[in-house]
Each structure stands twice: as C-alpha cells, then as structure tokens.
Design a protein around this ligand. Structure first.
Ligand code: M6R
Length: 608
C-alpha cells in the first residue's frame, strides 16, 4: 500500500526511481510520481494510473536529469487519485519535496495551523502538511527541520525528503511504516521494501520506528528521534533477483502457486532434525508452554484464515483452547488476555497495520507473542517476543498463495512441537504426524498435478454471478480461504458457509444452476457434508466437489470434481487449498482480470 524509493549517487536518478517504483507496483497504487534535483531545482513529474504512464511522460526518466531523487506510488486515502494529489509534494518556496507512505492522523489540525501561517495547500492529502512543516522549521539545517517536523506528526509514516540546498542528500524517516535503506558503493538508496533494492544491492539497513537517516552517495547516518547517531547493523538479503521476477510465467500468482512445494519444504525441512521438531528459534520452552491456558491467533485476511486452519491442529494435539480473532476486531475488543495467553500473530508482510496494533494491545496485557512472518526484519518480526519465519521467498501477487500455505505449515509444526513439549502426545502418534509433515511438499505437488481439468472448469464457472463454498471443520477453514481467493481476483461474489449452517438461512439462496463448491476432505464428517450436497442438489445447485480421487460416493453425487491427495485430516488445509487457488486463478483469467494487481487492493495494508 503506497511505496517510496530514493536514490543518490553518480548515475541518473530518474530511471532508477522508475525501476524501483515498478518493483513496488504489486503493493497497490493508483497514481505515481518522482522528484529529481538538478541545478538547484526540483523537477516533479506525476501521473494518475500506472507507472507506464509516468515512464511515457518522462521519456523513461530522460526528461528529468539529476543524480538524486525520490519517487512514490500512491494508494489514495485522503483525496481522490489525481495528478495533484499524487506525491511528491513540494513546499511553497520550491526548496523541498516529500514522499510519504502512511497516514498523518492529526493532519487537519496541522493544516489549519499552517494555513493560518500563510502556507498554501495544493492537494487534499494528509502528506502535504509534512512538506510545509519542514519549510516552516528550516533555518539552514535540514536535519533539524526533519526532527522538528516529525515530532509534530501523529500516525504512521515512511518519509523521503530532498532539499535544493543539499542537492546530493536524501532524508528518510520511519514511524510504523516500512522503510529500508540500501547500501551501495558510491550510491545509496531507500525503499519501502527490498524488492526495489535487490537489483542494485543486497546490503540493507532496517530502520526502526522513530529513526531517520541522512543519506549521501558515500554515507548513511541513522539517528534516533532526538538526532543522536545510532549504530545500525548491515543485513544481507539472501533472495535472488529472479525470486522477484515472473520467470516465464504469465502472472506472479501462477508462479507463486507452482512454487508452493519448494516454499513449504524450505519452511519445514530445516526445522526437523533427527526425528524431532526443532523450534529453538522461538525460545518457547516446555516450562513456558505448560504455563499457558489459552492461545489466541490474530491476523487479517488470508492470514486470519490460515489461523482458522491451524486452530484445528493445535486444539487436537495440544488440547488447549485456541481462539482465532480478526486483528481489526481484537484491537478494539478489550480482550481477555493475560500472561497465561500465548498470542500467535500471522502475517506475510509483517507490516499489516491492524495486526501490529492487535499485537501491541496483547503485549500490553502481559501476553507473550509469537510471530509467524515471511518478511525478514519487518515490524511484526521486530516487535514479537518470538518469531518463526516462513521461508516462502518474495510474494508479489496481491493474492497470497505460498504465504498462506507456509503459514499453515508453520502452525502444523508448532502444534506438533507444542504437543510434545506439553506432554500431550504419545511417541507413536508424534512419529506418524511428523512423517506426514515431511511429506507435505510432495502432497502439494500432487495437488498441483492431479487437476489438469481446472482451466476447463473455469470456462464453465467464470460467468457465475455468485459462488458458494461449503465445508465442515477443517474443510470449512479451507472454504473461507477458497472464497476469498475467488472474490479478490475474479471479482465474482463468493461466500463460504459452514455446511451445517445452510439450513439456518443460506439455503434460501440456492436455486437452479447455483454453483456450490463442496469441500469434502475431512473423513470424520464427510457423511454430514454429503447430506448437505444432496440438499443443495435437490434445489437445483451445480456441485463442484473437492475430495480424494477414490471417493466414489462423492464422485457419483457431484457434477464436477477437483481432486486432493489424502493427508492426515488435521494437516489437510495445506494441500486442499491448492486446487482452489488454481480455480480462482483460471476463473480470473477467463474474466480478463488484472490477476496480480486486483482493483482496489494493496499487497500490504499498512494503514488502518
Ligand atoms: O501481509 P499479511 O499476511 O499481514 O496480510 C494480511 C492480508 O491483508 C492478506 O492476507 C490479504 O487478505 C490477501 N490479499 C489475501 O490474498
């Protein structure tokens, strides 16, 4: 959600800024702009719509000469997506330009104050107050002006600032919005995430909240909010450039679906040693695990649904109550959480604003937090008491796929690990389930291979105005994610229902030819779901069933089939979701949708 980039060095800045912005496109945006310093002047170019328009407007950056500059992709919050509201924003005296990711919560009061003092506003954005504050506080020292301006801001920001008096210098500041500095040789960078940096450098510095940096071609100095220098470690990015490229696939989403066996192997394999799950990185000892009486899982969107799937495994194996809560609800719910609650926080990006807020709320109440996160060095990973990384590699498509399945896999690992530490599982079952976890990558590969009919099913179902996903227990958890995948990329209305709830209202909606996707991979409850299939068929529904290949009973009931390999039921979600991801993908493709960048959505929701 919004992205910022900055460059200072000896090369032309604009092409580098444009390339960086292209890499951030996946985060979601509706306008874009760059500002480059040249001859003591700042030249700004902004467009509504895609980066391609900005490239055209600037002749791929050739019309904006200069070796230092900043760029921005904007996802409109305050003010419509127009050229005027696009960033960078300029000060009235033309000396400063600012790009900003985040939300300034007290911008109305600041705008009134600045207007009274005679500052003229061009846009409707909250961001514009920042550049006028900097102008107001500037008396020849940009660092001091940035400190003073930042101290007036409430809310979240990742900022980039340039000033004509210090034409080679960039300032970058962060508060609750992601910002990473790229360390080069004779050139330096900043960006909202590493995908924009990896083509140029693998050496990065993660800024912490409240910190800001002074960046020149030859140096990066980081300061705390009071302006005192802070020693920062340089981290090395291990992702290769290809990991963030399409690699011959038509869409990132398809590539990421196909990458799932490898991603899950990379996530699980290093944590299984000599027939035991090793999660030393969590620091979750047997003594601590035995002291808790409840687990709360909190997250947003698909990560929340991953939590719903993981709940079954944790409760079944650890016999401890697990509550799964939407982070946007939990944060305002005055939750009953204390030092005997373990809070598991799931997030691919590690930057989701609601998830961060919910996590802070739980910490305040004394709970320990375990983060399951994909992006190394992200805010959630930094705040958590314990972190387990999902080694999925960069996920670029807005719709998560390998992010979700690796989260689910880590929850399975955790369930088995905790059950053993809490003495809630016998050796034989532990061994059998561990073996089953080891085979997950293979099962996911099978799930990919055994459904060549999905593109044809997509041709049949893509015209539907609405799709129902039904299932019970673990199947219901998968139905939730299957429906979200479908609606977010194909724009078809899709809802999931616990199959047993149909009679309590939803069945009123079933009429002739209504497609119902019935998930039947939980053998303990399959007969019940079969009854639900019979009920909807009796009212004219077309049933697309998701089950095992040898499940003749379901095959004879359904109109169409999707197959899933057999796994231990409590670990079923990881493979079961895979064909539903493919179905959503091919339906969206049939409908000509912008699959990797669905309308109105952002990859990382860094504002509330
Ligand atoms: O980065 P996070 O895992 O915290 O993101 C949470 C949700 O925003 C995310 O899963 C969203 O629902 C996806 N677009 C779903 O595909």
């Amino acid at each position: 959600m919004c992205g910022i980039v900055g460059y200072t060095g000896s090369q032309e800045a604009a092409p580098i800024l444009l390339e960086g912005l292209k890499k951030l496109e996946y985060r979601g945006y509706d306008s874009a702009g760059i500002a480059v310093i040249n001859d003591s002047r700042i030249s700004v170019s902004k467009v509504t719509g895609r980066i391609a328009n900005l490239c055209e407007k600037t002749s791929d950056g050739k019309n904006c000469p200069g070796t230092a500059g900043i760029g921005h992709t904007r996802w409109a919050t305050h003010g419509a997506p127009t050229d005027t509201n696009a960033h960078p924003h300029m000060s009235n005296d033309g000396k400063f330009a600012v790009v900003h990711n985040g939300i300034i919560e007290n911008y109305i009061a600041l705008r009134e104050e600045l207007t009274e003092k005679g500052y003229r506003f061009e846009s409707q954005t909250d961001t514009e107050v920042i550049v006028h504050l900097i102008e107001m506080y500037y008396s020849g020292n940009l660092k001091n002006a940035v400190i003073k301006a930042s101290s007036r801001l409430r809310g979240s920001y990742a900022l980039g600032v340039v000033c004509t008096d210090e034409p080679e210098k960039l300032y970058a500041a962060r508060e609750a919005s992601p910002l990473i500095l790229g360390v080069g040789i004779g050139e330096n960078y900043f960006a909202s995430d590493v995908t924009a940096l990896v083509p140029y450098t693998r050496n990065v510095i993660y800024l912490d909240d409240g910190e800001f940096a002074e960046i020149t071609p030859d140096s990066i100095t980081v300061f705390d909010p009071a302006g005192r220098p802070v020693n920062k470690k340089i981290s090395r990015i291990t992702w290769d450039v290809q990991a963030a490229e399409k690699g011959g696939y038509e869409h990132f989403m398809l590539k990421e679906i196909i990458e799932q066996p490898g991603a899950i192997k990379a996530t699980i394999a290093p944590r299984i040693k000599d027939g035991k799950i090793v999660l030393d990185e969590t620091g979750l000892t047997a003594e601590y695990l035995k002291s808790i009486n409840k687990i709360v899982i909190t997250a947003c969107g698909s990560a929340y649904y991953a939590g719903c799937a993981g709940k079954y495994a944790i409760e079944k194996l650890c016999r401890i109550p697990v509550q799964v809560e939407l982070a946007s609800e939990l944060r305002y719910s005055d939750p009953i959480i204390d030092e005997h609650t373990l809070v598991i926080v799931l997030s691919q990006s590690g930057e989701t604003a609601d998830t961060i807020a919910a996590m802070k709320e739980c910490k305040k109440r004394g709970a320990k937090t375990l983060a399951i996160v994909n992006v190394v060095g992200s805010t959630i990973a930094n705040i958590a008491d314990h972190t387990i990384y999902t080694w999925a590699g960069p996920e670029i498509a807005v719709a998560t796929t390998k992010g979700y399945t690796t989260q689910v896999s880590v929850l399975y690992l955790f369930a088995l690990y905790a059950a053993e530490k809490m003495n809630r599982i016998d050796e034989e079952l532990y061994k059998r389930l561990l073996e089953s976890l080891n085979t997950l990558p293979k099962k996911i590969q099978e799930a990919l291979d055994m459904n060549p009919q999905i593109p044809n099913l997509a041709k049949k179902y893509h015209n539907a105005s609405s799709l129902f996903f039904i299932g019970r227990n673990t199947d219901y958890a998968v139905a939730l994610e299957g429906a979200l995948k479908m609606k977010e990329i194909s724009y078809i209305h899709a809802e999931s229902y616990a199959a047993g709830e149909l009679k309590h209202g939803t069945i009123a909606l079933i009429e002739e030819h209504q497609p119902v996707i019935a998930l039947c991979c939980n053998e303990s409850i399959m007969e019940k779901t079969m009854s639900n299939i019979i009920e909807v068929k009796a009212r004219g529904a077309e049933v697309l069933a998701v089950t095992f290949k040898d499940n003749q009973k379901i095959v004879s009931l359904a109109d169409d089939m999707i197959y899933v390999p057999k796994t231990e039921t409590i670990f079923a979600a990881a493979a079961e979701i895979v064909p539903l991801q493919l179905l959503a993908y091919y339906v969206a493709k049939e409908n000509g949708c912008d699959i990797d960048k669905p309308k109105n959505l952002a990859k990382s929701v860094t504002v509330e």
